[in-house]
Design a protein around this ligand. Structure first.
Ligand SMILES: Cc1cc2nc3c(=O)[nH]c(=O)nc-3n(C[C@H](O)[C@H](O)[C@H](O)COP(=O)(O)OP(=O)(O)OC[C@H]3O[C@@H](n4cnc5c(N)ncnc54)[C@H](O)[C@@H]3O)c2cc1C
Length: 387
């Protein structure tokens, strides 16, 4: 039997390959880049391990638990909460007695949070079942301006990598549930360890790197070299802008983000928390070596700083220096990620155009490792169900 042809070696494509392989179904995966993982990758620079964009692994995602060997990833965990200016704000379900230890939270906020928590206990609306945006939802609760503007909005701007919070409120509930009940972690060797683990269980000769696919139909693909390969079916596991382009559709506008890395001399270990700023040139930052000291050479701290805008190194550095008075920051590297998180409602046209081509990719579900893993599994299962 001819192999299943998988186009794209991000998390979705790797997941599809793994499920097919576990079910003794032959496949070949074609990846445009020279490495696997797509939007999940890490670079080693001068002894610092730098993820391409600040990302965390939410261990409570069902597909994460089902598909990854979390023990082998040697995870380092964040504390559940965030830091706002100098105030620590911990997950109230983990540290209820510290609820009022910061003056950012008023009784009004606690009341509104309790209402949201009760709503989370019921059926959280299906991801596409609620047209209310996250911003509208937040406004509909009577949060204090301070809690809303200094915590909720910057926190979810960081999650969605989006200023306007136009993502559906149902997605807000979904993520909130994961944050409250799960743990955010980074593998000891950086996020790249995730695709590395997924690729390790696949036969190396089935993973073809540096192969851009320029055309396809339901049973064949054409490579940039002009070579055409026939298969039993095609799984298109590329990102949303590429999928739209390949189907000749308008490429939806998707906000990008920038992550900058700086080092400082090692200081005392602080709580491993995301620090929210919510300014134009600095959405949030974190001291990654408080989470995992192995990400930097001995004696150094590693900071990541994320901005949504076309901020320059100088602008981000100045904004970060204000947050870390007295510390000398050395710029290491930055990553410009043009299409960071891909909108959940932008795929209908692609789905229609796909016909017999099987789609995978986070944009089919929601932008996250869970979305990518789950879409990859479903694509493979669709093929398995045919045979
Ligand atoms: C900055 C940032 C922060 C994030 N933070 C988090 C987070 O904290 N938690 C979380 O769960 N998720 C996070 N995500 C989202 C998560 O990384 C993605 O949802 C997931 O990696 C998407 O995987 P995918 O396989 O669907 O797509 P991609 O990773 O985009 O994979 C698509 C692959 O297809 C390849 N390809 C494209 N065109 C072709 C072609 N013509 N021929 C062959 N190959 C092709 C690409 O090179 C790529 O490898 C973040 C993403 C970014 C960018």
């Amino acid at each position: 039997m001819k192999p299943i042809l998988i186009v794209g070696g991000g998390i979705a494509g790797l997941q599809a390959a793994n499920i097919l392989h576990q079910n003794n179904t032959d496949f070949i995966l074609f990846e445009k880049q020279g490495s696997l993982g797509g939007r999940v990758s890490s670079t080693n620079k001068d002894g610092f391990i730098l993820d391409r964009g600040f990302q965390v692994l939410q261990t409570s995602y069902p597909e994460v638990q089902r598909s990854l060997d979390l023990t082998a990833l040697n995870l380092h965990f964040f504390e559940s909460g965030a830091m706002i200016k100098d105030q620590l704000f911990f997950n109230p379900l983990r540290r209820p007695f510290e609820l009022f230890s910061s003056d950012i939270l008023t009784f009004r906020d606690v009341f509104s949070l309790a209402r949201i928590w009760f709503r989370l206990q019921g059926d959280v609306p299906a991801l596409d079942g609620n047209k209310q945006t996250t911003q509208e939802l937040i406004e509909s609760y009577s949060f204090s301006d301070r809690f809303k503007n200094e915590f909720l909005i910057p926190f979810f701007q960081g999650v969605f990598l989006q200023e306007t919070l136009s993502q559906p409120a149902s997605l807000f509930f979904y993520y909130l549930h994961q944050f409250l009940y799960g743990n955010a972690a980074i593998p000891a060797e950086g996020m790249q360890a995730i695709p590395d683990q997924m690729a390790a269980s696949l036969p190396a000769d089935k993973l073809q790197l540096n192969q851009e696919i320029v055309a396809f139909d339901a049973k064949s693909i054409t490579m940039a070299s002009g070579d055409r390969i026939e298969g039993n079916a095609v799984i298109l596991a590329v990102d949303l802008p590429v999928a739209a382009k390949l189907f000749g559709l308008q490429v939806p506008e998707i906000l990008g983000s920038r992550t900058f890395y700086f080092s400082t001399k090692k200081t005392v270990v602080k709580p491993a928390l995301l620090r929210l700023v919510g300014e134009q040139h600095l959405l949030h930052f974190t001291c990654l070596t408080d989470v995992n000291k192995g990400l930097a050479p001995t004696g150094k701290d590693l900071y990541s700083a994320t901005s949504l805008y076309n901020s320059s190194e100088k602008e981000v550095k100045e904004a970060l220096e204000k947050q870390l008075p007295g510390q000398k920051l050395t710029y290491i590297h930055s990553f410009d990620i043009p299409h960071s998180l891909q909108k959940v409602d932008a795929y209908e046209a692609i789905k229609k155009a796909a016909n017999d081509i099987i789609l995978a990719g986070d944009y089919l579900e929601f932008p996250s490792l869970q979305g990518a893993l789950s879409s990859g599994r479903k694509a493979a299962e669709e093929i398995l169900a045919r045979s």
